[in-house]
Design a protein. Structure first.
Length: 710
C-alpha cells in the first residue's frame, strides 16, 4: 500500500539570474559637423581602465590583540562593523557540525537578554546584528549604531547557551540533514568536497546525522571558548563615524575581550588523481546529472599568476558569454547553464567547472567539458574574448570601490594574506597587463586535463555505462563519499524471475492466505512539511477503493477519493474529477496488494533488470509495465524480500516529474507486515522535495466503510 501525494512543480524551465556585466566604455563622440556618422558594424572599443584611488583605513591594535580598521565615509548616515576571527580551517572530526551549531547559538540571546528581548531591541532600531562561529556584524543608521555595535559585542562575549536553545537548533540541523538526503544538488556539494579533499580534511569533512546527534551543549561551549577569541581577530568599522569615536567604541566594547591564542593550522598537501578519474554517486531519484570537473590548485592572492587566472576562468566559464555556456547550453542544449570557478587562498583551493545536464547526455557533457579545457590549454584566446573579460573586471571592480565597507575589507585582506599595500590600487593595472600568452600559460598550470577529477551525481543506472565507454577510470561512491562495493550478487539475478520476487514479497509480509483475509486497511499517519505538522488518514477497501485525507489542526487541506469507478481530488473547496485515463489506471489494480495483480493478471509485464545497492542493501530491480502502459520500477531487498522503493516518471505540462517512494520500518499490523515509514520524493527540473510519512496506527479490517469513498 502506497500513500500517493501529488505535488505541483513549475513546468517552466529554470530561470537563471545571469551575472550583470558592467562595462565602462569611454567612447564619447562629439558631432562637430553635419554628416558625421558612426560605423555601427564595429563594436566600440573599451576605454582605459578606471584609475583607482581610495583612502587607507585608520589602523591600530587593541592591547588584547584585536586589529581595528576604520574607514570614515560621511556620504550616508549609516555605519557598519564586522568582527572576523581568522582561525583558518577547523577540523571537527567526530564532532562535525559543532562549529555551525555554536555559531547559531550565538544568536540565541545573552545571559542578561533573552533572545526575544535582544531581537526586539535590534528590530526597533531598524538595525542588523548577526553572529556566527567566525565572528559577527552590525549595521545601523548613525544614531543607532553605537547600541547595535554594543549588542554585537554582547552577543559574542556573553552568550546565553541554554539547553532549550541547543535542543531546538540541534533538532533543526537534524531536520535539514534529513531533508537533504534526496536533494541531488546538496549531495553533490557534499561529496565533491569530500572526494576532492578527503573526508578527514577540514574542507572535505561534513556533518552527518550521527555526528550531530552525538553533540552536547558542553561540546558547543568548548568550541566557543576555543575559537571565540581576540587572537587573530579583525574589527572593521566603516561609514559615518570619526576615527576617534570608532576607536573609543572599539575599546569600550571589545577592549576587555579575552580568549586563547590561536595557532594557524598546518595542513598536508592533497594530491590530484594521477589520471582522469570519474567518481559516480548514484541517486535514482535524480532527473539530471550534477557534473563537477576540476582539480586542486595552490594559488595565493600574492601569486603573480592570480590576475591571469581570473581572466582565464572568465573566458572558460565566468558567465553567459563564456565558452562552456555557449557549448553545453547554446550549441548542444545539454543544460540551462554551465560555469567554472577558481578561488585563491592560503591553502589549496579548487578549480572546478560544473553543470546540471540531462541524464542521457551525461557522458557527452563530460566530453565537452574536457574538450573546452583542452582547447583553452592548446589555443590562445582571441583579442575579443580577452578584452571582454578585462572590461568586466574594469567596470565591476571600479563600482565596488565606491563601497567603504568593501575597501575596509580589502585592507583587512591585505593584512591577512600578506599582500603589497598597493595590491588593490594597482588591481586593474595588473588585470589589463595580462596577455593571451599569460592566459595560456596559467591554464596549462592550473586547469588540469590529464589528472582531473570528475564527480557525477545522478541516476547511475541510466548513465554509468555511457561514462565507462569514455575509457577513463570509473569509481562508484555512496552519497556520503564512501567507496561503493559492488556486490557479486548481480550474476545470480539472471536466473531469478519477477514472479519469484513478487511471491517472496507476498510471503514475507504475511503470506497469501493472511493477505486474502484483509478486506480493508486504515492507516493514521503524520507528516512534517515546511514546519507544519499534517495529519494523514488513508483508507483502502477491496476490490479497489481508496481515500486519503490531509488535515492540519482539524482543518481539511486536501482529500482524494476513488470508489472503484470514479473519483476526485478536492483542495480548498476546489473539486477536480478524475479523468478517464486516471480512472483506467486506478482500476487496473484490483487487490490491496498490487503484487497479487502482477501475478494473476497477464496484462502486467515485469522484467528483472539485475541488482543494485540501495542504502547498503542488495536489491532486485524490477521494471513493470501496467495494462495501461504506465511504467514503474520497484526495488526488493534480496535478504528480507521486502519492497524498499518504487520509482515512476510522469509528464506534467511538458516537464518530467520523477516520484520515488522509499519504504522502511516494516512492523506487524494485525497478521501482516506494514511499512510504518514512507519517504516520498518528487523531482523535476533539477530540484526535489522530500517528506516522510510516519504511521502511528494501522488497523486491519476495522474502521472503514463504503461511505468513506464517496
Amino acid at each position: 500500500m502506497v500513500v500517493k501525494v501529488t505535488r505541483t512543480f513549475d513546468p517552466n524551465p529554470k530561470q537563471y539570474n545571469m551575472k550583470k556585466i558592467v562595462m565602462i566604455l569611454a567612447a564619447a563622440f562629439l558631432i562637430t559637423h553635419a554628416g558625421a556618422q558612426v560605423d555601427r558594424t564595429k563594436k566600440p572599443a573599451a576605454g582605459p581602465a578606471p584609475v583607482i584611488t581610495f583612502k587607507d583605513p585608520v589602523t591600530f591594535q587593541l592591547p588584547n590583540g584585536i586589529t581595528v580598521l576604520i574607514a570614515e565615509d560621511h556620504k550616508l548616515p549609516k555605519v557598519s562593523a564586522s568582527f572576523y576571527i581568522d582561525a583558518g580551517p577547523v577540523t571537527e572530526g567526530k564532532k562535525a557540525g559543532v562549529q555551525e551549531l555554536m555559531g547559531s547559538m550565538l544568536n540565541e540571546g545573552t545571559k542578561d537578554m533573552p533572545k526575544a528581548v535582544f531581537d526586539e531591541e535590534v528590530d526597533k532600531m531598524g538595525a542588523n546584528v548577526g553572529l556566527s562561529a567566525s565572528g559577527g556584524n552590525a549595521s545601523a543608521l548613525t544614531r543607532y549604531f553605537k547600541r547595535a555595535f554594543e549588542l554585537m559585542g554582547k552577543g559574542l562575549m556573553n552568550p546565553a547557551f541554554t539547553q532549550e536553545s541547543f535542543d531546538k537548533l540541534k533538532s533543526q540541523v537534524l531536520t535539514g540533514i534529513k531533508s537533504n538526503e534526496k536533494n541531488v544538488k546538496a549531495v553533490s556539494g557534499r561529496v565533491v568536497d569530500a572526494l576532492f579533499y578527503g573526508k578527514t580534511h577540514p574542507n572535505g569533512e561534513f556533518e552527518t546525522e550521527q555526528s550531530v546527534t552525538a553533540l552536547t551543549l558542553a561540546d558547543v561551549v568548548e568550541a566557543y571558548h576555543k575559537y571565540i577569541t581576540p587572537s587573530r581577530s579583525y574589527l572593521t568599522i566603516a561609514g559615518d563615524i570619526s576615527p576617534e569615536a570608532a576607536k573609543k567604541l572599539a575599546e569600550d566594547v571589545f577592549g576587555k575581550m579575552q580568549g586563547p591564542s590561536l595557532k594557524f593550522p598546518v595542513l598536508p598537501t592533497v594530491a590530484n588523481p594521477s589520471n582522469v578519474e570519474i567518481d559516480v554517486v548514484g541517486m535514482s531519484n535524480a532527473v539530471q546529472s550534477e557534473i563537477t570537473v576540476g582539480n586542486l590548485v595552490d594559488l595565493r592572492l600574492n601569486n603573480p599568476d592570480y590576475f591571469a587566472v581570473l581572466l582565464a576562468n572568465q573566458v572558460l566559464g565566468g558567465g553567459a558569454e563564456s565558452r562552456l555556456f555557449n557549448n553545453l547550453r547554446e550549441k548542444h542544449g545539454f543544460t540551462y547553464g554551465a560555469y567554472s570557478g577558481i578561488s585563491a587562498g592560503r591553502y589549496q583551493t579548487m578549480f572546478s567547472a560544473s553543470a546540471s545536464v540531462r541524464t542521457p547526455k551525461t557522458d557527452s557533457a563530460v566530453t565537452e567539458f574536457l574538450n573546452e579545457i583542452e582547447k583553452l590549454r592548446n589555443e590562445k584566446v582571441s583579442d575579443e574574448e580577452l578584452n571582454s573579460a578585462k572590461a568586466l573586471y574594469n567596470g565591476s571592480f571600479a563600482l565596488g570601490m565606491e563601497n567603504r565597507e568593501r575597501t575596509a575589507g580589502y585592507a583587512r585582506n591585505i593584512l591577512i594574506n600578506e599582500l603589497p599595500k598597493d595590491f588593490y590600487r594597482t588591481y586593474l593595472q595588473k588585470i589589463n597587463a595580462v596577455t593571451a600568452d599569460d592566459i595560456q600559460r596559467v591554464v596549462r598550470k592550473y586547469f588540469n586535463r590529464e589528472n582531473v577529477r570528475i564527480v557525477v551525481v545522478g541516476n547511475a543506472s541510466a548513465m554509468l555505462e555511457g561514462l565507462k565507454k569514455l575509457n577513463f577510470t570509473v569509481k562508484q561512491f555512496d552519497t556520503y563519499a564512501d567507496p561503493l562495493v559492488v556486490s557479486a550478487a548481480p550474476a545470480a539475478s539472471a536466473s531469478v524471475k519477477a514472479s519469484d520476487i513478487f511471491s517472496d514479497y507476498l510471503k514475507a509480509i504475511g503470506g497469501t492466505d493472511e493477505l486474502g483475509k484483509v478486506r480493508s486497511i486504515y492507516a493514521t499517519m503524520g507528516l512534517s512539511m515546511q514546519g507544519m505538522n499534517i495529519d494523514v488518514q488513508m483508507k483502502e477497501m477491496v476490490p479497489n477503493m481508496k481515500s486519503m485525507t490531509m488535515a492540519m489542526a482539524g482543518n481539511t487541506l486536501m482529500k482524494t477519493r476513488f470508489n472503484g469507478t470514479a473519483g476526485y481530488q478536492e483542495q480548498q473547496g476546489n473539486k477536480v474529477e478524475m479523468t478517464a485515463d486516471e480512472i483506467k489506471e486506478e482500476a487496473a489494480v484490483n487487490n490491496l496488494f498490487e503484487q497479487i495483480d502482477y501475478l494473476k493478471n497477464p496484462a502486467f509485464k515485469a522484467v528483472v533488470n539485475g541488482t543494485e545497492k540501495l542504502n547498503g542493501s542488495d536489491v532486485y530491480k524490477v521494471t513493470l509495465t501496467y495494462p495501461t502502459g504506465k511504467a514503474k520500477t520497484e526495488y526488493y531487498d534480496m535478504k528480507s524480500k521486502f519492497l524498499l522503493k518504487t520509482e515512476e516518471t510522469k509528464s506534467a505540462n511538458g516537464t518530467e516529474v520523477v516520484t520515488t517512494v522509499e519504504f522502511a520500518n516494516y512492523k506487524k499490523a494485525g497478521n501482516i507486515m506494514f511499512p510504518y515509514s514512507q519517504t516520498i520524493t518528487n523531482a523535476a527540473n533539477g530540484q526535489s522535495q522530500s517528506f516522510e510519512l510516519k504511521a502511528t496506527d494501522v488497523k486491519i479490517n476495522e474502521g472503514v466503510t463504503a461511505d468513506d469513498f464517496k
